[in-house]
Design a protein around this ligand. Structure first.
Ligand SMILES: [Zn+2]
Length: 503
């Protein structure tokens, strides 16, 4: 029994003007063959796959294909897309014959000329393994699930949480679903409903017992406890994708229970549709948010800058919050991050203790914010390397390259050469700063940062600023989306019409 596993992971933001290239994947860490198993047996979905498969009494041989991850950013170039597909297909061809395939995907990756990257990759995989070999894939809760993804797989298994704290467990659930199909003979019957609505990410906190997302998560978990149901998922999609077929989706996979799939799928879709207004976030103007942080003499104030969230694929070099922080004298440290290889290079040239003077920010994206002129002391040069656990990750190695801390008064700007989790406490710690004793910390994350800060911050605010990942996305120009789509179009009457796929 040979089971092949692999990963293609990137979330695309089509408002980010920077293309995603092969280099971005190589910088993050492309790993091939059995090294995937040796290095990632306790990391994210791959770790979940591996540890579950090792527990099967049939003792399957686990065949590593390839791990292809890149940090969220703009569309992949056509060459990058062709290379990714070829990497996966060639690895699979070398591994053949295999009896089943488990893939860890994101589900919201877009390439120029290819709005549904995962759908195309799944088609290519299906072509190699044929129609009867089981293929199960995992997806992020922010995936844009398409009919093609459903058609090509025996089952899709989605994260249930945002912040994404069940990444490893989703890998385990996918392996369990594969076992039901492959070993126990379950016949996957998928009901799939696309909902013509897209909601902001800020309040989609499944871990807040008072949130609507928490209620939806409970429904999914209840469904998955039912013996007929293999998997149930609600993909609320990420909104910064100007592509056809954009929308929220419900996926319910049963063991041959057509009616049951349809009913469960319709119920979930109706519940989501009825709740869509509850996702509207409460935003605070930038100056007011920073003013509140300044007034909070003790404790930590975390201000989320969702529009520049690097976890949402924004560029991470917006200057809206930075400019406001620099206007004030802070009794205690004010922490903010920036992605800028140029500023890091200039800081390295000046050296620790030297003076940096020049423009910062507003370069990677110059439509939504402008560069600032800054004079600051180079406080530290360091490599932004650490292991991320919490939102998005279990034991995930991160390397954002050469980095620097610039100091202006008590404002510390953590500047990294590459994008990454610009909310993570581990990033500030790698920079020699204590995120939890700061006066204010800017988290470039719409919701996931709460996993690290909710229990330790005195106050959490979400700032309203322009950027590549805004929560008022419907006010930005979209030309490719299918209409009508809420909230671009305001309408109330809608009924789910689930489509059923039987394997
Ligand atoms: Zn996500």
């Amino acid at each position: 029994m040979r089971i092949a596993i692999g990963q293609l992971w990137q979330e695309t933001n089509t408002f980010n003007p920077l293309p995603t290239t092969r280099r971005d994947f190589e910088d993050f860490g492309v790993v091939r063959g059995q090294e995937v198993i040796a290095r990632f047996h306790d990391t994210n979905e791959l770790g979940g796959f591996i540890q579950s498969l090792r527990g099967w009494r049939e003792q399957p041989e686990i065949v590593g294909l390839v791990r292809l991850p890149a940090w969220p950013s703009g569309r992949a170039t056509p060459e990058t897309f062709a290379w990714l597909r070829e990497e996966l297909v060639a690895a699979l061809q070398r591994a053949m014959p295999v009896d089943a395939v488990l893939l860890a995907l994101h589900g919201a990756m877009v390439a120029e000329e290819h709005p549904d990257v995962e759908g195309e990759v799944l088609s290519a995989v299906r072509e190699v393994i044929g129609p009867t070999t089981p293929l199960v894939a995992t997806l992020d809760l922010h995936a844009n699930v398409t009919t093609r993804m459903i058609r090509e797989t025996d089952s899709l298994v989605l994260y249930h949480t945002a912040p994404h704290i069940d990444v490893f467990e989703t890998g385990q659930r996918a392996a369990a679903v594969l076992r039901r199909i492959f070993v126990e003979g379950a016949r996957p019957t998928t009901a799939f409903a696309k909902i013509p609505a897209v909601v902001p990410a800020e309040r989609a906190n499944t871990e807040d017992p008072n949130s609507i997302s928490h209620r939806h998560k409970r429904s999914l978990l209840e469904l998955e406890r039912h013996p007929h149901i293999l998997a149930a998922g609600l993909a609320t999609v990420q909104p910064w994708l100007d592509i056809p077929e954009l929308g929220t989706a419900v996926v319910v996979v049963t063991d041959g229970q057509r009616e049951e799939s349809i009913v469960a799928c319709s119920d979930l879709a109706n519940a989501f549709w009825a709740s869509r207004l509850e996702y509207q976030p409460k935003l605070t103007p930038v100056a007011e948010a920073v003013g509140r942080a300044l007034a909070n003499q003790d404790g930590l104030t975390v201000i989320s800058d969702p529009a520049d969230a690097t976890t949402s694929g924004a560029t991470g070099d917006s200057t809206w919050l930075l400019a406001e922080l620099l206007r004030h004298d802070w009794p205690r440290p004010a922490l903010v991050t920036l992605v800028s290889p140029e500023v890091v290079a200039a800081a390295a040239l000046a050296g620790v203790g030297g003076e940096f003077s020049g423009p910062v920010g507003g370069v990677r994206d110059h439509r939504f914010s402008q560069p600032l002129s800054l004079t600051a002391r180079v406080e530290r040069l360091f490599g932004a390397r650490f292991v991320l656990s919490g939102h998005l990750a279990r034991n995930l190695p991160i390397d954002m390259g050469r980095s620097a801390v610039l100091r202006h008064g008590n404002v510390r700007i953590v500047v990294t050469a590459r994008s990454g989790p610009h909310f993570a406490p581990q990033l500030f710690e790698a920079a020699g700063l204590d995120p939890f004793t700061a006066q204010v910390l800017i988290a470039k994350s719409p919701c996931g940062f709460r996993a690290a800060y909710a229990s330790r911050a005195k106050e959490i605010l979400v700032a309203a600023a322009p950027g590549c990942a805004p929560s008022d996305f419907a006010n930005y120009p979209y030309t490719q989306i299918d209409r009508p789509l809420w909230p671009w179009d305001q309408f109330d009457a809608w009924r789910p019409e689930p489509v059923v796929f039987e394997h």
